[in-house]
Design a protein around this ligand. Structure first.
Ligand code: FDA
Length: 937
């Protein structure tokens, strides 16, 4: 641990290894993973490990023993036992030394209803057995009473995320209702047995649900309860006033455990990744100062006498300054010592605890119990905390600790200089994602449009109103072959002027399109939800991606529009120029009805092509709205001509028209191959060869390695396979599980998928909406029937009303196991919520199976073995490979999207090479020497 504090590289790899350790089943697994981690670049090893590794002396058996011992010891420091009964001697010993307890049953990542029920039952068992055991212990007035009367000896801490797998702030009321199925029985039993229950606070996204659930619990169930509140949140002051104000209206006090917050790194990284405002303070002193301000709010609300509502304050801190401040303020308010409780974590602050008890303070220890695998998240948080440079406890223990500094006031630091508040213009500047041009947009480099953060209440309300008001415009989809000819004629006529317009003007028009879509974001999402059945998040992501395409291609076009000088030869000037091809046919699909349509269109337009846009029949409404926005932005009508009509007639005519120069298509393999063939036929009077940009399907696989983190992998597979009913070309349709974890993984995946809600996509709680139409429904059902014959059905989720709700067609998620590699469902793209599961003996075999498909679009690997991740980078041959995450949701500029093989021609939408498909290059060479004289001289 000391070495970890000195060397950040070693710390990262050590903690990664510790995190993976509980899943490693054999000595050779332990050995190989450890060696892998320790030999990563930028790791400086402690001398004993360095020598051991170099000498090859880390024999597998011995090493496993030593490492197991070390990690178990580390675990035992922070985790008191496998369960509460195992930990009972520790609890009793604590009590005899004058310290109370709150027991926490480890297990926060629950992915299914069964797991939540198991967690609930462990608490119910504790509630029924612990009180009688602890009642035999000696009386201790400091622990047994406070200034308002007796307090329960049995004190439990719960995490709501372990009591229901589908809690989501996007649907707060329903989440709280669902949570009560398991929470209610716990609290009722606690009330009957006189057990205190504290609600721990988890990530920021869970805050509103936690507080709402706690309030409802206190108002409806007679039990004694507490709520953890976090001072590292920028909303800490408001949160404190909100909860204290409510508590004062009650007829009995509630406890608030004030903490700083244990997820600081996660909150910071997650917000950065999403480009959301960071919800936590970015400087430690601000957290400390907020802790003290919140302390003041809670002490102000502490009732002096029994029979009133208000707050009883518990301090969850090992920071003597934070604790001392609260004690002094309590004294100032005339409150007795017993009015404030001090709580510290098991394995930390031992001397502080005893010092506090010696001052007659009531001290309670937070005692986690449980197994290593579910406890790993907790353990890693403690390891991070105990190696953090910001930790007060560590600073106080170091030899050169300066008491004045340790106890100094945090308030003298001014928070208006907080760097976290001054956002620096999006990720792009930090990561240098893409080119910027002074005359394009506002001159700033590209940054992705942030998705909506639905944990924010006002975001939810605004979105909900938009969904309620959604109106899909009616579109006559009757364009004929003659209409197609007319559309091409108009676009061809507009081409020369559009091509010759200055590049920055074209780019700025495209950026204006982005601006108009940004202004109408929620309305566009709502139309998508209504028209194609996406869920809220899916529709929002679709609109964001459309905006991203505009912003990205506008800038990339400006870069490409500059002539590039080649070499620097004297007497000769060489330059490369790019010029639009002509009229582009845009043939877009319904599954990303705005994003793909907009991406293909704006790519063509930005570099100077004109376009004829043929939308899909199933998403013509949103296409019409988009076409309207192009016009509103100032793009001339003949530059982008709308051709709403069937593929058989208008579409077929369009791609075969001699004046079409480039075809951009996304859709099925059958239509894609037909277009490629048609484009190869050249009419006698045709002046160019057609260029095709083609994105087709996928049969995408995710490999689950033996060291994978199943908690994360189950959810990533579930979302990759079933989000938008599997109707994404990037969706997972195969899972390949390596080694003996197969059955456990399948069981968890099946249970987790069964917890999804099938329903109306306008409802925020819906996970699975309808498939696009009856034809799709029938085709998917046909594959499901085949699957039932070819393999073993592990899950066939029923749809209410036989698959038809409100005139829409539904297919429930299906999972098949024991699928032969040659089965139809293993080979063909289904484009629906159907997943095939395969077994592989080794990682090599899994890779071979994954690569066997003729489709090469997306793929994924969940593994904590660095060497396997590296091997996948080299050998997993797909257009988009995702390691340790879901395999859908590519972002413009960050994950240029597109596959090869039968998945397409290898063009990468949202990448810097994409625009090259829409231009033709020209090299211009000038001899600049006249009579031996050249300007360069
Ligand atoms: P200290 O004064 O050293 O503060 C460390 C804390 O400061 C970090 O944990 C972080 O919150 C904050 N910090 C660190 N770097 C920062 C930076 N650059 N900018 C801003 N802030 C920074 N946590 C939780 O989230 N939910 C819970 O339910 C509980 N429950 C709980 C119960 C008990 C009994 C205890 C003792 C603790 C908790 N915690 C918790 C954990 C708690 O939030 C916190 O992580 C630790 O107690 C460390 O805080 P101290 O005050 O002890 O130390």
């Amino acid at each position: 641990m000391q070495w970890a504090m000195r060397d950040p590289g070693f710390k990262t790899q050590l903690f990664r290894f510790v995190d993976a350790f509980p899943r490693l089943s054999t000595p050779s697994d332990v050995h190989d993973h450890l060696v892998d981690y320790l030999t990563q670049p930028d790791v400086k090893l402690p001398p004993f490990l360095e020598t051991g590794l170099k000498a090859g002396r880390l024999a597998k058996g011995t090493m496993t023993k030593v490492v197991t011992k070390l990690i178990s010891t580390m675990g035992e420091t922070f985790i008191a036992g496998r369960d509460a009964h195992d930990a009972l001697p520790t609890l009793e010993k604590l009590w005899r030394s004058g310290i109370g307890f709150t027991v926490d049953v480890l297990g926060e990542a629950c992915v299914s209803a069964e797991e939540a029920i198991r967690y609930r039952d462990r608490y119910l068992q504790l509630i029924e057995t612990l009180p009688s055991l602890v009642s035999k212990w000696n009386e201790d007035p400091v622990l047994d009473t406070d200034h308002l009367g007796p307090i329960p000896r049995t004190n439990l801490s719960i995490k709501i995320s372990a009591l229901h797998s589908e809690l989501d702030p996007i649907d707060l009321d329903h989440s709280v209702d669902a949570l009560f199925e398991n929470l209610g029985p716990i609290l009722e039993a606690a009330g009957r047995h006189g057990v205190f229950v504290n609600f721990d606070m988890e990530s920021h996204a869970m805050k509103d649900i936690t507080i709402a659930a706690f309030m409802r619990a206190v108002e409806t169930i007679p039990f004694e309860g507490g709520l953890a509140m976090q001072a590292y949140l920028r909303s800490g002051d408001d949160d404190a006033r909100w909860v204290a104000g409510w508590a004062k209206t009650l007829d009995r006090p509630i406890t608030v455990r004030l903490v700083k917050g244990a997820y600081w790194d996660y909150e910071t990284i997650h917000a950065e990744e999403m480009d959301w405002p960071v919800p936590v303070w970015s400087r430690k002193a601000d957290t400390d100062a907020c802790f003290e301000r919140m302390t003041a709010v809670f002490l102000e609300a502490t009732p002096p006498n029994a029979g009133e509502g208000g707050i009883k304050l518990a301090l969850g801190s090992h920071n003597a300054r934070s604790i001392a401040y609260a004690l002094a303020l309590a004294e100032h308010h005339g409150l007795p010592r017993s009015a404030v409780e001090v709580q510290m974590l098991h394995g930390m602050g031992g001397q502080l605890k005893h010092a506090a008890r010696a001052m007659q303070l009531r001290v309670r220890e937070y005692v986690p119990v449980g197994e290593m695998v579910p406890g790993m998240a907790y353990l890693v948080r403690r390891l991070l905390e105990n190696t953090s440079n910001e930790s007060w406890l560590l600073a106080s223990q170091s030899g050169d600790a300066d008491i004045a500094t340790l106890l100094s006031s945090p308030h003298k630091h001014r928070s208006d200089a907080d760097p976290g508040l001054a956002r620096i213009g999006g990720r792009a500047e930090r990561h240098n994602l893409s080119y910027s041009h002074p005359a394009v947009g506002d001159g700033r480099p590209f940054a992705n449009e942030p998705l909506r953060d639905f944990s924010d209440a006002s975001t939810r309300t605004t979105f909900e109103s938009a969904v309620a008001a959604a109106a899909v415009p009616a579109v006559d989809f009757g364009a004929t072959e003659a209409d197609a000819d007319d559309a091409v004629r108009r676009a061809a006529g507009a081409f020369p002027a559009w091509r010759d317009r200055p590049q920055h003007e074209r780019s700025n028009l495209i950026i204006r399109v982005a601006g108009l879509m940004r202004e109408r974001r929620d309305e566009l999402s709502a139309i998508i939800i209504e028209e194609v059945g996406k869920d809220w998040r899916g529709a929002d992501a679709d609109v964001c991606e459309a905006i991203d395409f505009c912003e990205f291609y506008a800038r990339e076009a400006a870069r490409l529009g500059n002539a590039t000088r080649l070499g620097s030869f004297i007497g000769e000037h060489n330059e490369l120029r790019h010029e639009a091809r002509g009229v582009a046919a845009i043939i877009s699909p319904w599954n990303f009805p705005l994003a793909i349509l907009c991406g293909m269109t704006t790519a063509a337009l930005a570099v100077g092509n004109t376009a004829v846009i043929k939308p899909s029949a199933q998403s013509k409404g949103i296409a019409r709205v988009f076409h309207g926005i192009l016009g509103e932005a100032g793009i001339p009508p003949d530059v982008a001509v709308f051709l709403p009509g069937p593929g058989r007639t208008a579409g077929a005519r369009l791609v075969r028209h001699k004046d079409i120069s480039v075809i951009a298509f996304t859709g099925s393999k059958a239509v894609g191959l037909d277009i490629i063939a048609a484009a190869g036929l050249t009419a006698d009077d045709q002046a160019h060869v057609k260029h095709v940009v083609c994105e087709m399907g996928g049969k995408n696989a995710i490999i689950i390695d033996s060291s994978a983190d199943f908690d994360a992998a189950v959810l990533d597979v579930r979302s990759s396979a079933f989000a938008f009913q599997g109707q994404k070309c990037s969706a997972a349709s195969r899972v390949i599980i390596v080694g003996p974890g197969h059955d456990e993984f399948v069981d968890r995946l099946v249970a987790s998928t069964a917890a999804l809600t099938i329903g109306d996509p306008t409802d925020p709680g819906t996970d699975i909406g309808p498939v696009i139409d009856k034809q799709a429904h029938d085709s998917i059902m046909g594959y499901i029937e085949k699957g039932k014959r070819e393999a073993t059905t592990a899950l066939a989720m029923e749809v209410p009303d036989h698959g038809l709700m409100a005139g829409r067609h539904y297919v429930g998620p299906h999972i098949f196991v024991d699928v032969p590699e040659t089965a139809t469902i293993a080979l063909e793209e289904i484009f629906g919520p159907v997943l095939s599961v395969f077994k592989a003996a080794t990682f090599d075999e899994a890779l071979r199976m994954a690569n066997a498909s003729r489709y090469k679009l997306t793929g994924g690997v969940h593994s904590r073995r660095p060497a396997h991740l590296e091997q996948a980078r080299r050998e997993f041959r797909v257009g988009n490979l995702y390691l340790n995450r879901a395999i859908t949701g590519a972002l413009v500029g960050r994950q240029p999207f597109g596959g090869f093989g039968m998945s397409g021609l290898g063009s990468k939408a949202g990448g810097s090479e994409y625009l090259l498909h829409f231009v033709q290059p020209r090299a211009v060479t000038e001899n600049t020497m006249r009579r031996g004289f050249a300007p360069e001289l």
